[in-house]
Design a protein around this ligand. Structure first.
Ligand SMILES: NC(=O)c1ccc[n+]([C@@H]2O[C@H](COP(=O)([O-])OP(=O)(O)OC[C@H]3O[C@@H](n4cnc5c(N)ncnc54)[C@H](O)[C@@H]3O)[C@@H](O)[C@H]2O)c1
Length: 351
């Protein structure tokens, strides 16, 4: 059965790293007859500036109805300071396709890349689930007396029982399915009393249905401290949209940097979106220096989601082998450009 994939390279270094990921996907697709069909969409800052349109009418429905996955690079361009096109396309897909699970594995692939003294691959291996459709990102709020000395700004942080329960349940299901021992929920219920109370009550209620999985709660400030002090404490972490946004960047640093980190934006059973967590890194655009590993590991996650677990594992093995050989981009200790670093992985991929 054909799996249809929308490829959206986006802005800045997005197209360069997605090209590297596509070479890996196309090789596996050709050699193993995976039945993947790719359609490229050049929605981007350039297109938006040229036409005034971020995503053509009907495009979101087309993705929803006709595709199994979206493979995306990055969005953001200094010429569009309000990020209108990025909000329409990336946040638009997260919200309108109801991609409520932000799935962020934090796995150190080589002891050499650890930024922490005495912490290596054994200690840094956990997963963060960030709620992806609610919280402070829903855009509720407003200004009063804007531009005056009396200005007031209100930014709402929205949690719904349904939204909180489904992400917490996903985290427990994942822990059970993958044999992970514990789930940690992080919030700030000592000051965010109402939302925090909903998160904590829901967490305890769902946890009671999973007696085989341990559970514990931390305030998010304590979580950030423990992630650096003792990352081995964690197997699965679940948290809200904003705390997840922050903590996943800390997770990327523990993996060796933003260029190493992959993510999935999922709605189980429906079209889901896979992207490296880094942005468009404008200063690196077109310079052949961006690390393609985050994009290549995002392609691997997408394959796993589409039912190709063995191909996902094969990509991960090839990435690890390239890192071990030192055939990487400069910021993780190698001397290669984006293209050559991608080829170093491609060469190690078993057909
Ligand atoms: N998902 C997304 O599309 C996304 C995510 C974050 C930021 N952004 C947008 O990207 C633009 C730039 O944002 P930023 O500079 O804060 O974040 P960024 O992730 O683009 O880059 C921050 C720094 O991280 C490093 N880096 C990032 N990706 C790398 C890679 N593949 N290889 C090597 N080093 C890498 C570089 O030093 C870079 O300067 C902004 O417009 C921002 O809004 C988009």
């Amino acid at each position: 059965m054909t799996k249809r994939i929308a490829v959206v390279p986006g802005d800045g270094i997005g197209p360069e790293v997605i090209d590297a990921g596509m070479r890996v996907l196309e090789k596996l697709n050709g050699e193993r007859n995976l039945g993947l069909a790719f359609t490229r969409f050049n929605w981007s800052a350039d297109e938006y500036l040229r036409t005034g349109v971020s995503m053509p009418p009907g495009a979101m429905d087309d993705i929803r109805v006709n595709y199994d996955a979206v493979y995306l690079g990055a969005f953001g361009d200094p010429r569009i300071p309000d990020m209108k096109h990025a909000a329409d396309i990336l946040l638009g897909m997260r919200f309108e396709l109801d991609l409520y699970v932000n799935y962020r594995p934090v796995k150190l692939l080589s002891d050499r890349l650890s930024p922490l003294k005495d912490k290596g691959m054994r200690e840094i291996d956990f997963v963060i689930f960030r709620e992806n459709t609610e919280g402070a990102y829903v855009g509720m709020g407003g200004n009063f007396k804007k531009g005056t000395q009396d200005e007031i700004a209100v930014q709402e942080d929205v949690s719904t029982r349904r939204g909180v329960e489904r992400i917490i349940r996903y985290a427990f299901d994942f822990a059970r399915r993958m044999g992970r021992k514990s789930v940690c929920m992080a919030d700030k219920n000592n000051v965010m009393r109402f939302g925090g109370d909903l998160w904590l009550r829901t967490f305890e209620e769902v946890a009671a249905e999973y007696p085989d999985v341990e559970h514990f709660h931390l305030f998010v400030d304590a979580l950030t401290m423990q992630l650096v002090r003792a990352p081995e404490m964690f197997e699965v972490i679940v948290t809200n949209n904003m705390f997840g946004d922050i903590v996943t960047d800390l997770g990327a640093a523990l993996q060796g940097g933003l260029g190493m980190a992959a993510s999935g934006n999922l709605h189980p059973g429906r079209v889901s979106l896979f992207e490296p967590i880094h942005g468009s890194a404008p200063k690196y655009t077109g310079q052949n220096v961006a690390n393609p590993i985050g994009a290549i590991l995002s392609a691997a996650m997408m394959l796993e989601y589409l039912g190709f677990g063995e191909e996902c594992a094969a990509i991960e093995r090839a990435v690890v082998a390239a890192i071990e050989a030192g055939e990487t981009t400069k910021e993780i200790g190698g001397s290669l450009g984006t293209k050559a670093a991608g080829e170093a992985i491609l060469r190690r991929l078993e057909g």
